[in-house]
Design a protein around this ligand. Structure first.
Ligand code: SAM
Length: 326
């Protein structure tokens, strides 16, 4: 078990497999983003070695993200190797879904259990504008392929004031009347030099619930409000699926955070919204033994920050979201 100094059991690792993406969502990365050379990114054998060490430390849930994880060459084999690692219980992926039409079945066969697919609006024009060139039909093809492959499905919607905080959130909520999916509304988080825009665009959970229930009727709180991971769950009357609200900015869940993040260039980040990182790549490439790496990771986890500092205007500046993986 890897405990931090606040007795939180840190057991969930989110690994960014690449900083590259086949979309350029406006709140995530600039259009002219420059990506790191491949040699600077963790290679498959390095990722798998770290997964083994994290699993030995007691980590059992692994999420593959990016950039866009499905654009990484050899993704199916990598998923299989992560899933086969002793101690790994859950392998999930956060993806924009564009490649799932082709990849959902092989990924499920390789051991992937769940996908979180990002879709902020079902309106094709708006979707294109937000992602700078994406076609929402490709996402739907991916979601249906994931369903056919038996993968668990959550849909992630980042809500931006004045953009998708009206009919779009209602349309997505309506899907849960007919599908057993979890639609999750994520408050936009501030990063780097677009932080002002992002903070101004935050729409609170309460406001969203009002918008949804004004059209679709009352929402019932599930599990007495206990969080499912980071999401507070609700359900529409007669809904098959659920609605999750991830309110990192207005109602932080730091006290129950069990996450650590590994960036594509091999930095361990203990809080999504704090700049502090530990360079794992350097010792990894300079001959550190498994035991040395394990000691280093344990120490880093011990010092995981209590929580983010958005309330005190401490905003992460060193990376944009696409480099960390969400
Ligand atoms: N490419 C994949 C995808 O689209 O899901 C994985 C990486 S993406 C960085 C992971 C998640 O972070 C997505 O659901 C995305 O919408 C979300 N995200 C990106 N920038 C964000 C921000 N500023 N605030 C909140 N969520 C953000």
């Amino acid at each position: 078990m890897a405990l931090d100094r606040f007795s939180r059991d840190i057991n969930y690792l989110r690994i960014s497999l690449t900083d590259k993406c086949n979309l350029r969502c406006v709140y995530c990365m600039p259009e002219d983003m420059t990506f790191r050379p491949r040699a600077e990114l963790l290679q498959d054998d390095e990722i798998l070695r770290l997964v083994r060490i994290f699993a030995a430390l007691g980590f059992h849930k692994f999420r593959l993200t990016g950039g866009e994880p499905t654009v990484r060459a050899g993704i199916v084999d990598l998923v299989q190797a992560v899933a086969d690692t002793p101690g790994v219980r859950t392998v999930a992926m956060t993806t924009n879904g564009l490649m799932l039409d082709e990849l959902a079945a092989p990924l499920a066969a390789a051991g992937l259990q769940r996908v979180n697919v990002s879709i902020d609006t079902m309106d094709p024009e708006k979707f294109k504008k937000l992602t700078r060139w994406g076609d929402v039909q490709d996402v739907w093809a991916g979601v249906h392929a994931a369903q056919d492959a038996g993968l668990g499905i959550k849909l992630n919607c980042v809500v931006v004031r004045g953009y998708n905080d009206g009919q779009d959130v209602v349309d997505l909520a309506q899907l849960t009347l007919f599908q057993p999916w979890q639609v999750r509304y994520i408050e936009m988080m501030p990063f780097g030099d677009v932080a002002d825009f992002q903070m101004a665009g935050v729409v609170s959970e309460e406001e969203l619930r009002k918008t949804i229930s004004a059209t679709l009727g009352p929402l019932t709180l599930l599990d007495d409000g206990r969080l499912d991971g980071e999401a507070r769950l609700f359900q529409l009357t007669e809904g098959l699926g659920t609605l999750g609200f991830i309110s990192s900015v207005t109602a932080p869940f730091c006290a129950t955070c069990t996450r650590a993040r590994l960036t594509a260039d091999g930095r361990l980040r203990l809080c999504l919204l704090r700049d502090k990182e530990v360079n794992v790549m350097e010792p990894l490439r300079n001959g550190a033994s498994d035991r040395e790496l394990e000691a280093m990771l344990r120490e880093a986890i011990w010092w995981k920050p209590w929580g983010h500092g958005l309330g005190k205007n401490v905003i992460p500046l060193n990376r944009v979201m696409s480099e960390i993986g969400g």
